[in-house]
Ligand binder design. Sequence first.
Ligand code: 5GP
Length: 189
Amino acid sequence: MEELKRRIVQEAGIISKQVLNLDTVLNHQVDPPLIMEMGRRFAALFREQSITKVLTIESSGITVGFATALDLGVPLVFARRKKTLTTDQEVYSERVPSFTKGIVTDILVSKSVLGPNDRVLLIDDIIANGDAARGLIRVIERSGAELVGLGIVVEKCFQAGARTIRESGFRLESLVKIQSLDNGEVKFL
Ligand code: 5GP
């Protein structure tokens, strides 16, 4: 996605050799036409897979997950990070380290929205070490649903997450691959 690359070059802040700030593109503000285009790309990549649900995690995966689910004509489920008054008693819950917060958090998905008849496309904004994605994969496995593949907007190739998930046998597609953030510069693969 050339437009996405252009926006990253123009707008990303490089916080360190490992972390970039994509607040104006993905994490704090979004451009609806760009998000809808991301959704169309993921939907096109996985359209033949008889997907029944798109799964993401709050909050930054929701916009792209929604756009993908809309194009595929299926519901979007977003894992929660906190219990609320209305959270079902019956939940799949997994503990995952949070890359940006530096703490361990729980991810929760109600048993009422994911089950053995589902074929799931997992969507997220950025992959680093892959902990969030692996937590969601464990939730899918425990629900009895089938994981068809993963669609990630920004893959940081210099961290191990995407590689190890592909090595586990899952299909992972990303829209933009970043090779390095060295010398204060975004280098795409
Ligand atoms: P992982 O679990 O793969 O280590 O990290 C994935 C999550 O951490 C993503 O959902 C994303 O929100 C956040 N994250 C990982 N790397 C970055 C980064 O470089 N910048 C920002 N803004 N978020 C990141």
